[in-house]
Design a protein around this ligand. Structure first.
Ligand SMILES: N[C@@H](CCC(=O)N[C@@H](CS)C(=O)NCC(=O)O)C(=O)O
Length: 338
C-alpha cells in the first residue's frame, strides 16, 4: 500500500517500509518478538527498573499484544523514545508498535501515515506548581515560566489556553520528562504542565512531593493509546482487539486469577467466546484460539493492569475516573467479542 505524506509534513521520512495487511505480523513472528516504542522513563506508564526490566500501563499494552501473538507476554523488546522521536521511529519501521502516552488527534491520525488502535488511558492536560507560589488556579499563571516537553500536544494546548485567556508565559522546553522535572525542582520554571497522569508520575520524583500541587483545571482532552503504521489492517486489528479483550474481560469479571477456572467451568456464552471455546475464536485475527486467554492469564484484565501500574496498588494512586468502565460511570468501553 502506498503511503502519502502531506507536503510540508514536519517529518522527513526517508524510507517508509511498504506495509500490506499481515506484513507486520509475519515480520514479528519471524523475529520472535514485538518491538515496542515507549518513553525514556515515566513512572506508571513505561519505566525501566535498575535491571532494565520495563513496567507500566503502556508496557503492559505491548505485553498483551505479545501474549496474543506468541502466547508469551515476555516476547517484547522496548525502544525508549522522546516525544519528538516517536512517530519517525514508527514510520521508519524501527518499531512495530508505539505505546507511549500518545494523544490521538486529527493531525496525527491523518497526516503521519499512522493509525491509532484504541485508547488505553483517557487523560487531560493540567498544571503543577510549587505550593510556595500560593496559586490556586491556572487563571493566576499570567507571566509564568512554564516547563514543557517538545513535540507534544502539551505545547500546543498551552499556547491555546494562554491565548484564549489573554495571558502570557515563557516556555522552558525540554526533550525528556526527567529533564522537565529537574528544571521544575531547580526552580527554572514556576509551573510544570503535561497530561495530568504524568504530573502525578513526575510529582513522586520530587524530593518532597507534598511541596507541589496539581491545579484543578483540566485544559484539554488527551485520549492516549497505541499507534501502528497505516496499511496493515491485520496488525491494527490485533493491537486494537488485544486492548478490547482486556476491557471486555474486566466487564465480565474475568481476571488473571480466575481465568483458568472460568475456562474449565464457565457456562456463560460471552466468557466462552472471550476464552476461545466457542465463536470465531482466533480465526478473524489470524491468531491461536487462546489469544485472549493468554492476555488475561499473563497480563490481566484492564482493571488489573490499571490498578497495578497507576491505580491504588501503585505509588501514583490515580482514581479510575474517566477510565472506569462505561458500566461503572467511566468511558472505557469495548465492542463485544462475538
Ligand atoms: N500526550 C501528549 C504528551 C506526551 C509526552 O510525551 N509527555 C511527556 C511529558 S511527561 C512524556 O511522556 N515524557 C516521557 C519521556 O520524556 O520519555 C502527546 O501525545 O503529545
Amino acid at each position: 500500500m502506498k503511503h502519502v505524506l502531506a507536503a510540508g509534513s514536519l517529518l522527513a521520512v526517508s524510507a517508509i517500509p511498504v506495509a500490506h495487511a499481515g506484513a507486520t505480523l509475519d515480520a514479528v513472528k519471524a523475529k520472535g518478538f514485538v518491538q515496542c516504542g515507549v518513553t525514556t522513563g515515566l513512572a506508571g506508564f513505561s519505566a525501566p527498573d535498575q535491571k532494565g526490566h520495563w513496567s507500566g500501563l503502556d508496557v503492559d499494552t505491548c505485553r498483551a499484544v505479545a501474549a496474543a501473538v506468541f502466547g508469551d507476554a515476555t516476547k517484547v523488546k522496548f525502544t525508549p523514545l522522546t516525544a519528538k522521536e516517536r512517530f519517525t521511529a514508527l514510520q521508519s519501521g524501527e518499531i512495530d508498535l508505539l505505546s507511549r502516552n500518545t494523544t490521538w488527534t486529527l493531525t496525527r491520525d491523518t497526516n503521519l501515515g499512522l493509525n491509532f488502535a484504541g485508547v488505553n488511558y483517557y487523560d487531560g492536560q493540567g498544571f503543577m506548581v510549587s505550593k510556595d507560589l500560593g496559586v490556586k488556579s491556572a487563571r493566576e499563571l499570567d507571566g509564568a515560566a512554564i516547563c514543557i516537553q517538545a513535540g507534544t500536544t502539551t505545547e500546543l494546548n498551552l499556547a491555546d489556553y494562554f491565548r484564549a485567556n489573554g495571558m502570557k508565559y515563557t516556555p522552558i522546553t525540554y526533550d525528556k520528562s526527567e529533564e522537565s522535572v529537574k528544571g521544575f525542582a531547580a526552580g527554572r520554571c514556576d509551573v510544570l504542565t503535561s497530561d495530568r497522569s504524568q504530573l502525578y508520575a513526575l510529582r513522586i520524583k520530587l524530593k518532597n512531593p507534598d511541596s507541589a500541587i496539581v491545579l484543578p483545571e483540566v485544559i484539554s482532552k488527551e485520549p492516549l493509546g497505541p499507534v501502528v503504521r497505516n496499511g496493515d489492517e491485520d496488525w491494527l486489528k490485533i493491537v486494537r482487539w488485544s486492548l478490547f479483550a482486556m476491557i471486555d474481560a474486566e466487564e465480565m469479571g474475568v481476571t488473571s486469577r480466575n481465568v483458568d477456572d472460568m475456562r474449565k467451568n464457565t457456562r456463560d456464552p460471552g466468557k466462552q467466546r472471550l476464552l476461545g471455546l466457542t465463536g470465531i475464536k482466533g480465526q478473524g485475527l489470524k491468531l491461536s484460539d487462546d489469544w485472549a486467554y493468554n492476555i488475561i492469564k499473563q497480563v490481566g484484565n484492564y482493571g488489573e493492569m490499571f490498578e497495578r501500574n497507576v491505580g491504588m496498588d501503585s505509588p501514583l494512586k490515580i482514581a479510575r475516573g474517566l477510565n472506569a468502565l462505561w458500566s461503572k460511570g467511566g468511558i472505557q468501553y469495548a465492542p463485544p467479542i462475538r
